[in-house]
Write a protein that binds this ligand. Structure first.
Ligand SMILES: [Zn+2]
Length: 66
């Protein structure tokens, strides 16, 4: 799996994530974007505002867009 530092990740994905939006590796990894040893993106931290998802499974089924 390719590893990318935050800068390269943003360039590749056209995002503007910060260190708070992602989980970075604890150790330096080889970034395949800029060819440097950097902390790389391990996975994305879900944005806080999408927390409203819990428990809303059944019940109001509005906007069942089809
Ligand atoms: Zn990089």
């Amino acid at each position: 799996m390719a590893e990318f530092c935050l800068d390269c990740w943003n360039k590749l994905n056209h995002t503007h994530l910060t260190e708070k939006d992602v989980t970075l590796s604890d150790e330096y990894e080889y970034c395949e974007g800029c060819m440097e040893m950097k902390t790389t993106v391990v996975f994305l931290t879900p944005p806080r505002r999408s927390k409203a998802r819990r428990g809303g499974r059944r019940g109001t089924g509005r906007y069942t867009a089809r």
